[in-house]
Design a protein around this ligand. Structure first.
Ligand code: FMN
Ligand code: SF4
Length: 474
């Protein structure tokens, strides 16, 4: 990743594989310093934006086809055009840098290597929607990103890119870095806004949507780091440059983080439309002796797909047609040596832990699901457990307040669809058939039935020893 992107060298539409567009500065030493950043086209997008009307900036973003990179893929330009301009209240732009979805780490390098790219994007986004104030809501655990961003913001103020008179234009834009406490639910945009206002982070009822009634009841847009950081590039290089990659519905380059059983997990930038199999090769191929078994296209809350779907191009529409979602761009790769029940059980434990508790199906259901996974993996599953899992998922999906609850059912339902036989083997053999996990006899297993019944001991297996008492607890 070294060369500056050049609009004159644009390859034809349909290119796949690795590209160096939004990440082109990552390898430039000290580019996090503002002086170095300025030597590499830094703040050129802002200079361009200051010559344009706000609506013109929004039109460029719309024409580019840029879709939100935070998970839902909503068109960024359209979202900005919804921000109420006539309320008489201040307008806010908020960057969602919470990055809590399991498997997702594609915003972090952008903030650490090239933090001014995000600062510049925030100012340009602010100009586009007439916001005078922006916030970056940063994941609590990202301490180093926080230090880099704080320094970048200080430097941008010192050089007049931020403040009461942005580059002598007479326009004001202030930017605040807000370090969050580290809760997955606070990545949901309305929970994020509540948290930013100093309240417990729980999703808000919609409508009203943030575009009309967001931060402090004022018109607000919430966008992902990558969505915002893309805009200065769009202004610098133009819509054709952006659209040289991808398809009509999924344009541009995409930052992706590839994790799991590959030789070189990490961050990559690819052309939208690159097939999954090519992305696996980019990440060094599968670990020796392992074959692809399943993959999650965009984090653990996107339905898993089997190896047979590895030819799918990485676009919103193709992944959706294959039965999943592109999500955050976190491609998680699993091999034939991974037990699907164990993997999904771990995801479920995460959602159980992160459920904010606001609505019953998610709060209670995540606990029950987690318990069932623990007993199946411990070799104590019952024949009816698979139907019970499906029944619980049916009662969660579409009946909860936010997408966290829906998302937790995705890996369960999809794994039951593609790997039901592996679940059944767990039940028949009373252990993990892959032998990758030891039976967990140390856990306290509670038995739930679809009728809500409860019995402390399992009827078929020897009594389960209770969890060893922790010193100091009764
Ligand atoms: C539980 C949950 C966690 C989320 N976490 C993030 C996150 O960390 N970063 C993010 O950009 N979007 C996250 N989202 C999506 C946001 O609600 C929102 O759609 C996104 O920030 C919009 O930005 P975009 O339009 O640029 O994609 C999350 C959604 C849910 C339901
Ligand atoms: S679905 Fe879960 S995370 Fe979302 S509001 Fe309900 S309890 Fe909270």
């Amino acid at each position: 990743m070294a060369d500056t992107p050049d609009a004159n060298e644009a390859p034809a539409v349909g290119i796949t594989g690795q590209v160096s567009a939004m990440s082109f500065r990552y390898d430039i030493p000290d580019v996090h310093d503002i002086d170095v950043y300025e030597q590499h086209a830094g703040y050129d997008g802002l200079r361009k934006a200051l010559t344009m009307e706000p609506s013109e900036i929004v039109d460029v973003v719309k024409a580019s086809g840029l879709r939100g990179r935070g998970g839902a893929g909503f068109p960024t330009g359209l979202k900005w055009s919804f921000v109420a301009q006539d309320s008489g209240k201040p307008i806010y732009i908020v960057c969602n840098a919470d990055e809590g979805e399991p498997g997702t780490f594609k915003d972090r390098p952008l903030m650490e290597y090239d933090p001014h790219q995000l600062v510049e994007g925030m100012i340009v986004g602010g100009l586009a929607i007439n916001a005078v104030q922006g916030y970056i809501y940063l994941r609590g655990e990202y301490a180093f990103s926080g230090r880099r961003l704080a320094k970048a913001i200080r430097e941008a103020y010192a050089k007049g890119y931020l403040g009461a008179d942005v580059m002598g234009s007479g326009k004001r834009f202030d930017l605040v870095l807000h370090r969050a406490a580290g809760a997955y639910i606070c990545g949901e945009e309305t929970a994020l806004l509540d948290s930013l206002e100093g309240r417990r982070g729980q999703p808000r009822l919609r409508p009203p949507f943030p575009a009309a009634h967001g931060l402090y009841g004022c018109p607000t847009t919430v966008n992902n780091v990558e969505s915002i950081a893309a805009v200065p590039f769009l202004l610098n290089h133009g819509v054709d440059w952006w659209r040289q990659w991808g398809t009509e519905k999924s344009s541009g380059p995409k930052l992706v983080c590839i994790s799991g059983e590959v030789n070189a997990p990490g961050n990559y930038e690819v052309a939208m439309g690159t097939p999954i199999s090519e992305m696996i090769e980019l990440a060094g191929g599968m670990l020796e002796g392992r074959e692809l078994k399943f993959w999650c296209p965009g984090g653990s809350s996107t339905p898993m797909l089997p190896a047979s779907a590895a030819g799918t191009p990485y676009t919103f529409e193709a992944i959706q047609e294959a039965g999943s979602l592109l999500g955050t761009g976190a491609l998680m790769i699993y091999s034939d040596q991974t037990c699907v029940v164990d993997a999904v059980g771990r995801f479920t434990e995460f959602y159980e832990h992160e459920s904010c508790g606001k609505c019953t199906p998610c709060r209670e259901g995540s606990y029950w699901l987690s318990q069932i996974y623990q007993r199946i993996e411990a070799g104590m599953g019952r024949d009816e457990d698979l139907e019970l899992l499906e029944d619980l998922c049916d009662n969660i999906f579409g009946r909860v307040f936010c997408a966290l609850g829906d998302g937790m059912t995705s890996p369960i339902v999809s794994s039951l669809k593609f790997f039901r036989d592996e679940y059944e083997q767990h039940l028949r053999q009373g252990r993990c058939p892959l032998g990758t996990t030891e039976p967990r006899r140390d856990i306290e297993v509670t038995e739930f039935t679809s009728g809500g019944g409860y019995t402390p001991d399992h009827p078929r297996l020897p009594a389960t020893p209770a969890t060893p008492a922790v010193a100091g607890q009764a």
